[in-house]
Every structure is written in C-alpha cells, then in structure tokens.
Design a binder for this molecule. Sequence first.
Ligand SMILES: Cc1ncc(COP(=O)(O)O)c(C=O)c1O
Length: 387
Amino acid sequence: MRFSERVQSLPPYLFAEIERKVAARRAAGVDIISLGIGDPDLPTPANIVAALQHAAADPVNHQYPSNRGTAAFRTAVAGYYERRFGVRIDPETEVIPLLGAKEGVAHIGMTLLDQGDVCLAADPGYPVYTTGPLLADGTAVALPLKPELGFQPDLEHVEPSALAKAKMVFCSYPNNPTGAVIEDDFFTRLTAFAEEHDIVVVHDNAYADITFEGYVAPSFLQTPGAKDVGVELFSLSKSYNMTGWRAGAIVGNPEVVDAFWRLKTNMDSGMFGALQAACVEALGGPQESVAEMCRVYRRRRDLLIAALRDIGLRAEPPKGTIYLWVPVPEGHTSASFAGLVLEQADVIVSPGAAYGPSGEGYVRLSLTVPDARLEEAVRRIEERVKF
Ligand SMILES: Cc1ncc(COP(=O)(O)O)c(C=O)c1O
C-alpha cells in the first residue's frame, strides 16, 4: 500500500506514545499515575447529562443535523459570549458548532492556506497547531512564546520571510502548556499585527473558564477590531467536563465562519442535535459547577506545586488551565527528566519538547487525576525523585 506524503509526514501523536507507555508498564503490573494527559476526571454536571437524555429521545434529533447548528445552539453561544465577555455575536452569521475545538484547529488551515502559505503557530503549543497546517499543504512556522515576555510571542521580531508568507496565526490563552494568561494589551497588539500583515488570528479559547484566584480570562473577540481580523475557537470540553462529548464552536469574523462552514459541509454532517441541546443547557444553565471545578483544580495545583518545590524544582502556580509548566533541573532535557520521573516514581509527566522546540527544558503536569491519586503522585515525587 502507498500512503500520501501528507500522512507520512505527520509526527507520531504525542499522547498515543504516552498511552502506549502507560499500557506497557501497567501490563507489567506497575501502578502508574499519569499526569500526562489533560482529560478532566470529574463527571459532566447532571443537568447537562439530563438535557442530552431528554433530547436523545426526541425523533427530531434522529435525522441529519444542519452544519450551521440549531438556532438554539447558536443563540446559546451568542448569549454566553454576551454575558461572559460582553461580546456581541450574530447567531445567524458569526457562530457555527464544532465537533470540539480540535476540529476547528485541524480544519481551519484548509480554509485559509494554499501550498507555500505559512501559519504562525504558538510554540510551545497544542500539537495540532503544527499538524493542521501540514494537512492543508501549508507550512507551520514556530512562533516562540518567550518566558521573559510571560509566554507571549515577540510580534516585533517575527522572522521576515515567514511573515511575508503568513496568512494565519494560532495562539491560545489561558495557555496550554505554559499556563500563561493575558493580563496586558497583548490582544490589542495581536489585532494590530494581524491588520498590518493581513493575517487571520485564530484564538483558541479552550481554557476560558479554568482560572484561579479571581483572575477572569478575556475573549480575544472583546478586543476592539478583533472580529475584523479573526475568530475564536470555543470549547465545552474543559469548562463543563465534556471532553468525551466533542462540542465546541467557531465564533467571530463572519467571512471566516462562512468559509469554514463551506468546508465543513464537505467533511461531516454536523453535531448531533441532542448534543446541541445539551450544550444549550451547559451554556445557559447553572454555572456553579464551573466555579467548584476551579476550586478542585486550584487545590490540586497547590499540592503539586508544594511537592515540586520540596524536591528543588522552580515551580510557579499558574492563574489558569489544568497544567503546571515546570523547568527541568540542570543537566536534564525535558525527555530525560520525564523518563526519570517515570522510572523513579511511576508517574507520567509530558516532556515539554513534545509541544514544540521552545518547550525543551520543561515538563508539563496535568491536574486531571482524582484527588487521592494526585496525593499519591505527590507522595511518590517527594519521596522518590532524586536528580
Ligand atoms: C489548547 C487546546 N486546544 C484545543 C483542545 C481540544 O479541545 P476539544 O476537546 O474541544 O477538541 C485542547 C485539548 O486539550 C487544547 O489543549
């Protein structure tokens, strides 16, 4: 069999490798705790599950849905954006459902890039920021996030030859994997940068509501002029513990949303109607569970930070996301240190280099394991990890 160069050029999927390692060690009888993958352990709130159950029984949802989404879904997303961010979204033209933000990240390149076109991709970043453009026959050029700039890119010094060919840029705050959040005028500068260079901004807001200590994350779209230059990918996965449900939305510039819709009509047949009804309940229903979940993550964050500091690592508590981004000790690479933690403590952490070249020198730890397991991981790290 002969496969496309496109598929052959894809790097191995990071989490698949981690999953294989976990499976192999577990098969050998070792009790492994994985802090590698960011998949919330807490259940989806009961009101959302009940909405799905109810809507699943309605025959109207048993037929093909529309790719544009139901009016109720689009209105619920617009209502959420208005209440949460003060952003006006036209439910008719400025929002359609996504089968998870990942679908948007993977496919948006196909609406914006031709061969030779460049996507500036936050580095370190969600790995699909690099593979999505590749699948569109474009080129992803790393846009390094600088620790000294609070893990923002230096927009003044983007490599000129890449900038000349750039048609889109991926970034995301609260940020996976660094945990960085926006507290300054970065989105204003990003909007001006996009206007000046005719680049579409794709802001991935997958962690919008996972924040701590009173910090409230903005939407890129609340920046004046942002809707003229870009879109936001919104996800229900993390805010409502719905990673398994595959639910999100692309929101913002109507021309980009329409082009994405045209592409999508050729790729899938939309989001299950009952799931859209559940999303309406998630976005418009009680939000206490979101605050409660943030309290759980914050407690876990502080436990883990204390353990990492105890063993001599320079760990800083992030104001958002479900991750800790921790510099590895001197003499180690991100992979060697992740290997050491696995060998000594039977705990999986992700090597930072898996998120791009600028992730070298860090490991990422996820807060999405149940409290008792996290406490066990903390105990093992404190007692066993020596470097
Ligand atoms: C930055 C970022 N974007 C997108 C996603 C995928 O989100 P979804 O589950 O909505 O596809 C993730 C998942 O971990 C992520 O970290």
